[in-house]
Design a protein. Sequence first.
Length: 358
Amino acid sequence: MYSQSHKIVGARSLFLMLVLGTASTHATAIPRHCEQNPTASQLPEGTQLYDCSGWYAGIGLGVSKLKPRIVNLPETLDKTADAVLPTLFLGYDLNAQWSLEGHYSDQGEATFDSGAAIDYSHMGASVLYHVGQHLPGWHAYAKLGVSQLDTSLAKGRDDGGVFNYEQLKSTQLHVGAGIEYMTKTLWGLRLEALSIDKDSHELTLSILKRFGRDAGKTKAKYVAIPAPTPEPEPAAPAVLCNAPQGVLDGVYFVTASARLTEASKQVLNNVINELVPFPNVKIAVRAHTDSRGSEAYNLLLSKSRAASVRVYLQQHGVINVQSEGFGETRPIGDNNTEQGRASNRRVEVEVLSDECAP
């Protein structure tokens, strides 16, 4: 039994090294980040930001290694390994790195030479720390928590004799580590090693699903548009062709993202109808934010929102469009009031030329 314990510890250490190595190999290869990451506002355009808080659930199976700690029972163990079927878990991602999780596992039976067997199951609560971020691709995690072991007599002695036992300690600490692979649809696979004090150990393979990320409508909370635009040309004083000018009333975005609402697209469709007959007219789209959030994040968000409007216009036939974001630097209202902040969250259009020939 002494050598087996050392083998388990050695295997667990090797597994943890493999987990950390895999995470470090893949962390730099994935151009995706959590919106809740403190450094999200410093990321360049072209980075995909995901909503990384929300619920997830999973189910799996595996193998267990059981070592009953019981009192007043001199019998010898015969079989200590069994199937884990099933293991269930439900968790909530707090942010990019931290999660809370509850789980349940049926770990099978530990059998004695007398033919008696003890059934093992446990439920517990854990705190998880993710090495990297739980996004499409590979990442690793570690977990720490408390488990409640439930042991019961699954089978009596073969000779019909009395089999009295008492679990030494039912509430125990557990530690674990694992690796996950998430797809772009937020379905994933998890391989986890879990040790519940000295009583039981398990290795499980599970399938999991993350829910409620960006209302399930898009894979990314916000996708910044690459290709920075050049500085707009000086505006011409004359505005012809009935081209729109100034603030575009009714153009709004999903909170903390560059995704246009359906109502905003209807407003932009009216602008498109006015401009399509005059392909030589040049316009600039300029976006602004209120002062909530960091200055760097607001600047990045405004650039992405302006680019989102530009791309929508270009996709519908308005070719000569430039875009620029100013963040919170050009307020027109008081950022200390809701009405003022609403007026600061705006999109403006400026005509750069008066070449109105169709």
